[in-house]
Ligand binder design. Structure first.
Ligand code: ATP
Length: 237
């Protein structure tokens, strides 16, 4: 297992509120890693620090030998660390195709962009059939698909997702998680932040449990699913 991104002693505060209190986390190349925990545990804050949208108080996020905490958010995207927009912040007055095109704005490899567009359309056929329709007319699940598709158009080497299951019906969530596995099978490394602990750990090779800003458990996804502490606290056991 080769680490592709390593977080060491990462701490993030909002004023005097310490939201993330020195966490260590490693993403292995080609794996799905789940970061799970309750509301307010600090999951979103951790992701925002990786993406460069929040400056950490201390600690490092090393990707490919480079500390990302020194870089601006757009440089981090250029390096290949791409977060799926939270709340599916898609542009509702643009078409689906235009939203996808925005994802690839920084790329110069035109033929690669065309190939990736076909790939995204094959992962999410509904986006292809409605390519020229307004993104605002998509359902919640379809908007989440578009947000994932747009991130893939940036040619990520690491894909970060913040609660892709939020607000979606279980059957839609299942479909989206299946597609994440399919995306992962192409070799793409994924960090999946979820409150939906069971489903996230099912598809993750490795998982971390975050409680009030600290990692309290780290193990394989399966071992965490079987861990009595996880069962009791998160799986309604
Ligand atoms: P959720 O699933 O609700 O997003 P989370 O695990 O992602 O939960 P965070 O959103 O990272 O948790 O929040 C961690 C802590 O930081 C919480 O105590 C939260 O109240 C606090 N917090 C988050 N955003 C801010 C902010 N902008 N200003 C002040 N405190 C914040």
């Amino acid at each position: 297992m080769k680490p592709i991104l390593s977080i060491s002693d990462l701490a993030v505060s909002y004023g005097h509120i310490d939201a993330v209190k020195g966490i260590d986390l490693t993403l292995n190349e080609g794996e799905i890693t789940a970061l799970v925990g309750a509301n307010g545990a600090g999951k979103s804050t951790s992701l925002l620090a990786i993406s460069g949208l929040l400056k950490p108080k201390r600690g490092s996020v090393v990707f490919d030998g480079e500390d990302l905490t020194r870089l601006s958010p757009h440089r981090i995207v250029e390096r290949g660390v791409v977060q799926v927009a939270e709340g599916r912040a898609i542009l509702t007055t643009l078409t689906i195709a235009e939203n996808l095109e925005l994802g690839s704005y920084a790329r110069r490899d035109k033929s690669g962009v065309a190939r990736d567009l076909e790939w995204v359309y094959s992962l999410f056929p509904v986006l292809k059939s409605r390519a020229n329709g307004l993104a605002g007319n998509l359902s919640g699940g379809e908007q989440q698909m578009l947000a994932i598709g747009r991130a893939l158009m940036a040619k990520p080497r690491v894909l970060l997702l913040d609660e892709p299951s939020m607000g979606l019906a279980p059957i839609i969530v299942q479909g989206i998680f299946r597609t994440l596995q399919e995306i992962n099978r192409t070799g793409l490394t994924i960090l999946l932040v979820e409150q939906n602990v069971r489903q996230a750990l099912r598809i993750a090779q490795r998982g971390y449990v975050l409680e009030t800003g600290k990692i309290v458990l780290a193990d394989s996804g399966q071992a965490l699913l079987d861990d009595p502490k996880v069962v009791e606290a998160y799986l309604g056991g």
